[in-house]
Design a binder for this molecule. Structure first.
Ligand SMILES: *[C@@H]1O[C@H](CO)[C@@H](O)[C@H](O)[C@H]1NC(C)=O
Ligand SMILES: *[C@@H]1O[C@H](CO)[C@@H](O)[C@H](O)[C@H]1NC(C)=O
Ligand SMILES: *[C@@H]1O[C@H](CO)[C@@H](O)[C@H](O)[C@H]1NC(C)=O
Ligand SMILES: *[C@@H]1O[C@H](CO)[C@@H](O)[C@H](O)[C@H]1NC(C)=O
Ligand SMILES: *[C@@H]1O[C@H](CO)[C@@H](O)[C@H](O)[C@H]1NC(C)=O
Ligand SMILES: *[C@@H]1O[C@H](CO)[C@@H](O)[C@H](O)[C@H]1NC(C)=O
Length: 502
């Protein structure tokens, strides 16, 4: 009898110590680990021409055709108190928001707009009052149009001083309450998509390169120049914080990285090499300068003169300038060597790797591939000295007009947060996880596909918010419940009769 008991105890303890991280609770994460959710100013606030706000390059882009716009979006500008209340009720630790530069400093540089300042002070105060920690991104793709018109925005070095001055206002005005600052969202994706492919504002590209309407730009040089200036603007801002604010405010400043994980399309040697090249062009483009003060050799060899070089002083400024790293991860991609060389001489052909979606994934549907997030985290741990990392965006789209019962999103989040836990257990220094997005936002790739925990009725002038199943699931996790994929099957919100989906 005793032997049987001992055996049972051994089996039980094996089961719990070796249990796979499919079953977990927030108590399994390190003390102080932050669970949050995110939005960006342009996609959430609306009120685009209210109280002195001027247009950004996004406003210009969405108004260049007849499609939907972000003019009202979620109307967060007017409904922020209601939204903070939702966060409080969920038990959200932190909220990632961004500051609209053309709302705070409508002319790009110079006078601060008092009503813009008031809005962000009120929003930040409201968060703090409800125990929700603000994580603030300074630049989430919404450059003041006036700076684009005046000197081409990120392709001119003048942006460094203007950005630093904008950041200075934010640190001075909000820094007593905000301790986590993120300078630039997705710099690598913005540089590639905005200046080579021409698919994101400001839609620069040059024939024969680019997918978008190449009315201006230079795909051979501008992606490299834009990213270079983003790194310098980030580093200049981080230096300002250290020199002027850190002693009083005790916060930290970091930059973000859009991080696909990439695996070889076939087992061929060429695809393996192409995969490493894609990591060097896409990830190391940002990570190498931050950690080693220079671009990776393969980029320098391939792009030659088209890749700006760091002066000794700049190199020292950029190296070590990020207190923590913000990862933006949605999915894994295959990388394949391109044997038929298309047109040589832009970022894309320099990288010379075709990125292909996995399985059934499309732009609007991601397979659940949590090992991809583990891959990125492990790669950064092993190659870049295990810096402190926050996952700043992770989530999956669903059709906005389908159902509140978004069990696919719950499965995705469950698996990806489990992957974060595995990486923590394997030694990655991960400090927090932000789900994208807190509510359905104005998504510019296709507004029919949204990422929210809360449904927003964009046909309703009141922009009513309703929790989806994923909001209930995340609430349970935040409030300490143990979650397991077995339990997922029993979850669902009953669609309120007031909501009628097509
Ligand atoms: C391309 O952009 C130019 C200048 O912005 C505009 O005049 C033209 O209509 C656009 N073409 C298409 C196909 O969108
Ligand atoms: C892009 O810039 C490079 C370097 O200045 C120049 O040689 C090339 O002609 C430019 N291309 C276009 C399309 O303007
Ligand atoms: C892709 O879709 C098919 C058919 O629905 C399904 O059987 C398969 O498991 C899916 N693949 C992945 C990787 O999810
Ligand atoms: C865990 O970390 C070790 C040491 O960095 C590494 O060798 C191993 O591959 C990692 N395991 C996984 C699953 O990433
Ligand atoms: C979104 O869906 C509506 C119908 O529900 C359709 O008319 C519209 O074209 C779709 N938008 C895009 C960008 O595909
Ligand atoms: C959205 O709001 C409109 C207008 O108030 C209403 O007619 C519609 O039924 C709502 N849609 C859903 C899904 O509740």
């Amino acid at each position: 009898m005793e032997q049987v008991l001992v055996l049972i105890i051994i089996l039980l303890s094996l089961a719990s110590s070796g249990r796979c991280s499919d079953v977990y609770s927030r108590n399994d994460f390190p003390k102080g680990f932050v669970f949050g959710s995110a939005v960006s100013a342009f996609q959430w606030e609306g009120a685009v021409d209210e109280d002195g706000r001027m247009p950004s390059i996004w406003d210009t882009y969405v108004h260049s055709s007849d499609g939907p716009t972000g003019d009202i979006a979620c109307d967060g500008y007017h409904k922020y108190k209601e939204d903070v209340r939702l966060m409080y009720n969920m038990g959200l630790d932190a909220f990632r928001l961004s500051i609209s530069w053309p709302r705070l400093i409508p002319s790009g540089r110079g006078p601060v707009n008092p009503k813009g300042l008031r809005f962000y002070k009120d929003l930040i105060d409201e968060l703090i009052r409800h125990g929700v920690e603000p994580h603030v991104t300074l630049y989430h793709n919404d450059l003041p149009q006036v700076l684009e018109d005046e000197y081409g925005g990120w392709i001119d070095k003048k942006i460094i001083d203007d950005f630093t001055a904008f950041a200075d206002v934010c640190f001075r005005e909000f820094g007593d309450k905000v301790k986590s600052w993120w300078t630039i969202n997705d710099p690598n994706m913005l540089a590639w998509g905005g200046y080579d492919l021409g698919v994101f504002p400001p839609m620069h590209c040059s024939p024969p390169f680019g997918i978008g309407n190449c009315s201006r730009g230079n795909s051979s040089t501008e992606p490299y120049i834009a990213l270079h200036n983003m790194l310098l603007a980030h580093a200049s801002t981080a230096r300002l914080y250290k020199q002027t604010y850190k002693d009083k405010q005790h916060g930290s400043v970091g930059i973000t990285l859009f991080a696909y994980w990439m695996v070889p399309f076939t087992s061929s040697e060429e695809d393996k090499i192409a995969t490493q090249r894609a990591k060097d062009f896409f990830l190391a483009w940002v990570l190498h300068p931050l950690v080693f003060g220079d671009y990776p050799d393969v980029m320098k060899r391939t792009a030659g003169e088209r890749l700006p070089s760091f002066s000794k002083e700049e190199s020292e400024l950029v190296k070590g300038s990020s207190d923590f790293l913000g990862l933006i991860h949605y999915t894994a991609m295959y990388a394949a060597h391109l044997s038929t060389s298309i047109h040589a001489g832009d970022f894309n052909s320099d990288m010379n790797a075709l990125l292909l979606p996995f399985g059934n994934s499309t732009l609007f549907k991601f397979d659940v591939l949590p090992w991809g997030l583990e891959g990125v985290l492990e790669y950064i741990k092993q190659n870049y000295g295990n810096p402190p990392v926050y996952i700043l965006e992770n989530g999956t789209p669903t059709n906005q007009h389908s159902s509140l019962n978004d069990i696919g999103r719950v499965e995705y989040l469950h698996a990806y947060i489990a992957a974060v836990l595995s990486s923590v257990r394997n030694g990655s220094d991960i400090r927090g996880y932000f789900q994208w997005s807190f509510m359905d936002l104005y998504e510019f790739i296709d507004p029919n596909y949204t990422y929210g925990l809360y449904y927003v009725n964009f046909s309703d002038p009141e922009r009513a918010r309703s929790p989806k199943t994923s909001a209930l699931w995340y609430t349970a996790l935040l409030q300490g419940s143990t979650v397991s994929s077995q339990k997922l099957k029993s979850l669902s919100v009953s669609s309120s009769p007031a909501l009628s989906f097509q």
